[in-house]
Design a binder for this molecule. Structure first.
Ligand code: IMP
Ligand code: MG
Length: 180
C-alpha cells in the first residue's frame, strides 16, 4: 500500500491498476454483446472520464463512435442553486444508441441532468457506463446499466478523478484517509 499527499490531504491506495483494467474488460464484454449491430455513440464526460474512456474503448470490438462533452457549472440567475449545462455535444444522436461514459456517480444529479438533456435530441436509447457508483449517496433510484465498482461513501482520486484538479494522472485509485 502506498500513501500520497495531495495539497493538505492524505490518500492511500485502494484499487490497483490491474483490478481496474480487469473489471473494465468484463463490462466492455457485456457492452460488446448488448450493442452488437447498433454502432453506439460513446459520450465521454470530461474531464474525469478521460482515462476510463480510453481503457474502455480499447476493449470495445464492435463498430462505435466516441465523442466528448463537458458540464459547465454556473450559478443560476435566480440563485436557486447550481445549474449544470451540457456543452460540446456536436454529434447527431437522433435514433442512435448512446452510452454515457462517466467517472463516478455520487448524488446522481450530474447523470440525471445529462440524460434529460440527451433525451431532448431523441436518441433511440441512452445508457450509463460509469467506473464508480456510491450507492449510499444516490438521491433517486437510477438505472445504471454498466457500473464497474460500487464504493462506500468515501472520497477517491486517481485514474482521471481529481482532488482540486490534482491526481487525475495517477494510475491507481487512492482513498482519502480520515485524519480526524
Ligand atoms: P453527482 O452529480 O453528485 O453524481 O457528482 C458526480 C461528479 O462529482 C463526478 O462526475 C465527479 O466529478 C465528482 N465526484 C463525486 N465523488 C467524487 C470523488 O470521490 N472523487 C472525485 N470526484 C468526485
Ligand atoms: Mg465527472
Amino acid at each position: 500500500m502506498s500513501i500520497i499527499k495531495i495539497k493538505d490531504k492524505t490518500f492511500k491506495t485502494s484499487l490497483p491498476e490491474a483490478d481496474i483494467k480487469k473489471r473494465i474488460k468484463e463490462v466492455a464484454a457485456r457492452i460488446n454483446q448488448d450493442m452488437e449491430g447498433k454502432t453506439p455513440v460513446f459520450l465521454s464526460v470530461l474531464n474525469g472520464a478521460f482515462m476510463f474512456t480510453a481503457d474502455l474503448l480499447k476493449e470495445i470490438t464492435i463498430p462505435c463512435e466516441v465523442s466528448f462533452v463537458k458540464l459547465a457549472s454556473y450559478e443560476g440567475v435566480l440563485s436557486t442553486g447550481k445549474v449544470r449545462e451540457v456543452i460540446g455535444l456536436n454529434v447527431d444522436i437522433q435514433d442512435r444508441s448512446v452510452i454515457i461514459v462517466e467517472d463516478i456517480v455520487d448524488t446522481g444529479r450530474t447523470m440525471r441532468r445529462m440524460v434529460e438533456t440527451l433525451q431532448l435530441h431523441h436518441p433511440k436509447e441512452v445508457h450509463i457506463a460509469t467506473l464508480f457508483v456510491k450507492p449510499d449517496k444516490i438521491e433517486e433510484p437510477m438505472d445504471i446499466k454498466y457500473s464497474c465498482f460500487e464504493i462506500p461513501n468515501e472520497f477517491i482520486v486517481g485514474y482521471g478523478l481529481d482532488y482540486d484538479q490534482l491526481g487525475r494522472n495517477l494510475r491507481e485509485i487512492y482513498t482519502l484517509v480520515d485524519e480526524g
